[in-house]
Design a protein around this ligand. Sequence first.
Ligand SMILES: Cc1cc2nc3c(=O)[nH]c(=O)nc-3n(C[C@H](O)[C@H](O)[C@H](O)COP(=O)(O)OP(=O)(O)OC[C@H]3O[C@@H](n4cnc5c(N)ncnc54)[C@H](O)[C@@H]3O)c2cc1C
Length: 372
Amino acid sequence: MKLSNNAQILSKLSTYVMTDAENQFPEIFFSFLRDNNALKIDIPISKPGNNISNTFLLQLLQAIGRKNLSGGRIFEGHLNAVQLIKSFANSYQLTKWSNDILEQKLFGVWNTQGKDGVQIIDQGDGTYKLKGSKIFCSGANYIQRPIITGEWTGSPKQGWQMILLSQEKKNLIKCDPEFWHPLGMKASVSYRMTFTDMVVYSEDLLGQPGDYYQQPLFSGGAIRFAAVQLGGAEAIFSEVHKILKSSERTNYPFQQSRVAEITYLVETGNLWISKAALLADELSNDDSDPGKLVAYANMTRSVIEDICLRVMQLGERSIGSQAFLQSSPLEQLHRDLTTYLRQPGPDAVLTDVGNYAFKQKEIINLWKLEDE
Ligand SMILES: Cc1cc2nc3c(=O)[nH]c(=O)nc-3n(C[C@H](O)[C@H](O)[C@H](O)COP(=O)(O)OP(=O)(O)OC[C@H]3O[C@@H](n4cnc5c(N)ncnc54)[C@H](O)[C@@H]3O)c2cc1C
């Protein structure tokens, strides 16, 4: 797989325009990613055959976040799907779906659900019926290969199962855009998707029940959305910097101190993302303590969330009410980042980190890299 180099992608990305409508999937943006071979990127997992580092991947995600948070969310979902396939597909599936990845089909992962979640009904003849709905399905009907999850019902199998839907199956899903009238991230088109008696086969099942939540894969992926989010904070910083300079409001100690704070917050985020990438590379071939990577990813996403919230507030105080006019890019950035920061279980993530720390005999040098 040949991905245009990072610098090339970054310079091309700078010309990209953001999208902001509930029914407007960022098509031009995804054409751009395809033109740069980004959809066939080989995501690192703990198996041989990796040819890309987490450092490169997170830099790319951060750069994408600077330009388009909705596009970043959908792209991040695509990478999550690729990682699940590489980790859990059997050899027949791996060949089939790797071809789809090489053709740059767009994948996604739809796990979130409400009370009417997806049930997998075992019909006893090697076929299974899907019933129920998924919500917040980023990319909606633009996703060509969605991985969905569901609960086994009336089957010797029990638990939470992944299913990868082929093109014909995917066309049978009922798409409900009415679900999606959010504050921000509109162009992520994260609709409700409903399954009514769709039949799937054993070859569509990905992995075993429970695999979806296997650690450190599940929580470790948080460093990818954190990188996209940090890109959003950087975009806010860029705008604030530009506006204050062009309005000649730089020679004022309060603005200087706010910009100083934004500068170190964004740089703190950069340091966290860099270290998270190095740690993920180091631990991806070490199964001895999966909790370590989980705890670090959980810390990273918590710190990045705080950084983003503080950068937004400092930016708004620096620019004032002009920041909320639609004529300012800050208005959309504020809505998109505020929405994207809402990720599942923020409190549970913190208590997990605390538990991990308490389990250690010694906490000095806990997060030291091997070659530090
Ligand atoms: C733009 C966007 C795109 C998305 N795309 C996708 C997608 O493609 N696929 C997908 O699967 N999902 C997607 N999601 C859903 C996302 O992954 C989260 O599941 C969703 O945002 C839940 O966030 P939440 O803030 O409601 O989290 P919650 O976990 O519900 O947290 C809300 C609050 O409740 C607290 N809380 C959590 N559990 C409990 C409990 N048991 N008791 C008491 N308090 C509790 C939390 O700590 C927090 O304070 C998307 C979300 C967004 C915003």
